[in-house]
Every structure is written in structure tokens, then in C-alpha cells.
Design a protein around this ligand. Structure first.
Ligand code: 2HG
Ligand code: ZN
Length: 468
């Protein structure tokens, strides 16, 4: 392998400038680190670098500037928008070796970690101190906190706690120019000009490489119950949500369709009700005292009386709660073999009913022959729409047809003031539709900001927008 690095003089220079740096360039590594969960682009990185320290990250960035080599920062590569894809001879900078807790502060209730730490390990580290880091989603075991920050990841508890952005008290980043910035340093109050910490969150590695993060922790929730509801139609979904939210402290409120459930059941899960129903909701809510429990029953009965809910089951144990959650959290994995084309869209909750009516008609009309699976974080105004590729269709043709429909969806989103990416980022997949959510003036400013933080355009070029 050493020989291979010598053949590419740029890599030889990198190894010389950063002697401890780990480099990989085996075909299997290039393939593994060069792609994310989108699987649409053929990976083709120049090499993989695995720094073990902030100094090494800085050294790689300086080298990349000298040689005009692009860097793709890389966490767990569980992204669904192509933000971590390296298909054009870039160097993938994997943070996987930088995966440790650096400090816990009991007074500040913060946990400072290296960016490569998996989200689940962050959860475990917080619970060692009887606290929680509340951002959570199904890929918790594989995704990294740095990747979560880069995409401002959302997940299943946004309804209660907000997204990643709300929980970042400080960030250390290496900019595209090679500067190390220590942003906000865990302060609660800091009114000293532009907040670059927030600018970095959701910037998808185009402005800086997140190397360390100081995370806010909070108290664990009151005891919770999980309820699965069966609904007769899509139209009642938002009414059930309002009825539950008015009476209970919701920790999560997620919906999915019978189509989605069938795919999870095919993997071995048990059907939750005797009969099938067109729509389901899984909701988790606090049951700290009897009044709270009574309120949840009242919400359920109210919805039953109105005909908005046809059936329901409530978890009696932690194991049952997990089983009910699996019916929702298992959807993405169960659909993966169908190479789904994914939309991850949002509108304001108040706009949801009108928006849903319109896009149901639109997608019903535009996708007469494809299976379309709906699910998502309905309580946040966030829908996931997965269109499944028919076996006998070429992937390129399938994507072409879905992209045409996404144009129409994007127009509808613009009219309703929504977003083409609620929580998965823009990356490569949503890039053509950024204009549906952000104005021309905003995109011009984004380009300008990128030039400030990354003057030579070496950080994740071609992601989010094309350099103009
Ligand atoms: C989820 O909510 C994830 O499960 C993935 O955001 C959504 O697979 C998807 O489309
Ligand atoms: Zn989601």
C-alpha cells in the first residue's frame, strides 16, 4: 500500500507532512468510505484519511489547500442525501478514530465529545451521569454526532426537544482555510456578534470540519408509555394529533401507512392488530402520575368516539414498547432492498391539512404504477415519502421519473412555504430543488459565506449548491 501512496505524489507529501496519519486506499476501503446510504453514486475517492487529532485534521486541510484536493468529511455515512459521497477523486476524511468523550461537566450539564462518536455512545455516556442527550433516531448505532451536527439531524423526539441545533453548546471546527475555531465554548448566554456555531450546524461539511462538540444534556423524561393507534384515513391524522397534543405531554408522534407496516412485517415482526388499517400512529407520552394516564385514555376515547381511531394498543412493558417502536423504526431498513427514491419534506403544522390534501392528489396522479410508502414525523410537519423501484425498471429511468415528480412536489412546497429537506440535508440529492426552499438572494449569500470559510473550495465541493 505504501507503494501506492508513493505513486501519487500528493499522497506521499501528505504522509510526509503528517507522519502519524492513517491512510487507506484499498479498493474495498474506497468503496466503503466513498458512499453513504443513498447508493446512487459510484464511489471514487482518491484515498481515505483517518486523523487521530485536531492537529492532524488541520494538517490534512492545509495539504488539501496546497494541492487543490477536495475533502469529503465523513461520519457514519448513514446520510440519505449524498452529502458524504466521494465520487470525484476527493479525499475522504473519516472522523471514526476521533470517537471519545473528552469531558463531562456536572455543573454545566454538558458532555464534550470528539466528532466521530456514534450517537448511541453519546446516549450511553450521558446516561452514566443520569442525564440524556435527547436527539434520537433509528440509525443511532451507526451515525456519528459530527454527521448529526453537519446535517442538523432531527429524528423522533423533535416534537418534544427540538433538533440537533438546540443541543449544541459549543463546537470546535477546522475551516476550509485551516483555522481551528472554538465556537461558543459552552456558554448559555453569548451576545458577541455572529454565531458561527449555528452557521456550522447544518452546513454539511462545506464550511468547516466539526472535530469536537460540547453537547447540552438534560434530565431523563418522566416514565412514558407507547401507544399504537389504527386510523381509518389520512384526513383524521392531524385531528388525532391535535387531540393528543392538547391533553398530553408528547415525547413522539409518528405515523406510517399499512404499506410501510407490511414491509416491516415481512422482516418477521408481528401484526399489531387483528385487522389491517390504512394508517397507524405510534406515540410516546409521559405518564408521570394518574392524571396523566387518565388524560391519555381520555384522548384515546375522544378519538374513538369521533371515529378518528379504529383501534389502539398500549405498551405494558419496556419490551412491548420496543416492539411497537420497531414497527416505525424498522421502515427504512425494510425498504432498502427496493432502492427507494426518498422525499423528506416539511411544512408548518398548521399548513399540513391543506398541503396533505394537495400532495396526496398529486402523487396519486403522478405515480400510478409505483408503490409509494408514506411515514414520518407528522407532529413536526415532516413527511417521508419513499417511492419503491419496480424490479423490472432501470435505476436511472426510475430516478428520472421520480425527479420529474419531485419538481412538481417542490412547486407545491414553495406555494405552501415548506422545505425540500426537513432533516436529511441537501447534499447531492436535493441540490436541484434548493431553489424551491431558499431564495436566489439567500443562495448567493450562501456561496459568499462558503468563500469566506473555504476560500479554495476544498470542503465538500458540489454539495448543497454548485459553486457559481
Ligand atoms: C426516519 O425518520 C428517517 O426513519 C429515514 O429519517 C427516513 O428512510 C427515510 O426516508
Ligand atoms: Zn425521519
Amino acid at each position: 500500500m505504501f507503494l501506492q501512496f508513493m505513486i501519487d505524489s500528493r499522497l506521499a507529501d501528505l504522509q510526509q507532512a503528517t507522519p502519524g496519519l492513517r491512510l487507506k486506499a484499498d479498493p474495498a476501503d474506497l468503496e466503503h468510505y466513498g458512499r453513504d446510504w443513498t447508493r446512487r453514486w459510484a464511489p471514487k475517492p482518491l484515498a481515505i484519511v483517518l486523523p487521530g487529532s485536531v492537529d492532524e485534521v488541520q494538517s490534512v486541510v492545509r495539504w488539501a489547500n496546497r494541492h487543490h484536493v477536495a475533502i469529503v468529511p465523513s461520519g457514519g455515512r448513514t446520510g440519505l442525501s449524498g452529502g458524504a459521497v466521494a465520487a470525484h477523486g476527493e479525499v475522504v476524511l473519516s472522523l471514526e478514530r476521533m470517537n471519545k468523550v473528552l469531558e463531562f461537566d456536572a455543573v454545566d450539564r454538558t458532555l464534550t465529545v470528539q466528532a466521530g462518536m456514534p450517537l448511541e455512545a453519546v446516549h450511553n455516556a450521558a446516561s452514566e451521569h443520569r442525564l440524556i442527550y435527547p436527539v434520537d433516531f433509528a440509525s443511532r448505532g451507526s451515525c456519528s454526532i459530527g454527521g448529526n451536527i453537519a446535517t442538523n439531524a432531527g429524528g423522533i423526539r423533535v416534537i418534544r426537544y427540538g433538533g440537533t441545533r438546540e443541543w449544541i453548546a459549543g463546537l470546535k471546527v477546522v475551516t476550509g482555510a485551516g483555522d481551528v475555531l472554538d465556537l461558543n465554548r459552552g456558554l448559555i448566554k453569548n451576545s458577541s456578534g455572529y454565531d458561527f456555531r449555528q452557521l456550522m450546524i447544518g452546513s454539511e461539511g462545506t464550511l468547516g470540519i466539526v472535530v469536537e462538540a460540547t453537547l447540552r444534556l438534560t434530565d431523563p423524561p418522566l416514565p412514558t408509555n407507547v401507544m399504537l393507534l389504527a386510523l381509518p384515513s389520512f384526513d383524521v391524522l392531524m385531528r388525532v394529533f391535535s387531540a393528543f397534543r392538547a391533553r398530553m405531554q408528547l415525547e413522539a408522534f409518528e405515523f406510517f401507512t399499512e404499506h410501510a407496516l407490511c414491509h416491516v412485517l415481512a422482516g418477521g415482526a408481528q401484526r399489531p392488530f387483528e385487522m389491517s388499517h390504512p394508517y397507524y400512529v405510534v406515540t410516546e407520552f409521559a405518564v408521570g402520575d394518574e392524571a396523566m394516564e387518565a388524560a391519555s385514555m381520555e384522548a384515546f376515547e375522544f378519538c374513538m368516539e369521533n371515529g378518528w381511531v379504529e383501534d389502539g394498543v398500549i405498551s405494558q412493558s419496556a419490551a412491548q414498547a420496543e416492539q411497537l417502536w420497531h414497527l416505525r423504526e424498522g421502515i427504512t431498513e425494510s425498504l432498502a432492498p427496493y432502492k427507494p427514491y426518498k422525499n423528506d419534506i416539511s411544512v408548518r403544522i398548521s399548513t399540513m391539512p391543506a398541503f396533505l390534501e394537495e400532495i396526496q392528489a398529486l402523487l396519486g396522479h403522478e405515480y400510478p404504477h409505483f408503490e409509494v410508502v408514506w411515514f414520518g414525523h407528522i407532529g413536526d410537519g415532516n413527511l417521508h415519502i419513499n417511492v419503491l423501484k419496480p424490479d423490472d425498471m432501470e435505476n436511472a429511468e426510475f430516478v428520472r421519473q421520480c425527479e420529474r415528480v419531485t419538481e412538481l412536489l417542490a412547486e407545491t412546497l414553495t406555494r405552501h412555504g415548506g422545505s425540500i429537506s426537513a432533516e436529511h440535508g441537501i447534499g447531492l440529492v436535493k441540490k436541484p430543488y434548493l431553489v424551491s426552499t431558499r431564495s436566489t438572494a439567500e443562495i448567493a449569500l450562501m456561496r459568499g459565506v462558503k468563500r469566506v470559510f473555504d476560500p479554495n473550495g476544498i470542503l465538500n465541493p458540489g454539495k448543497v449548491f454548485d459553486e457559481g
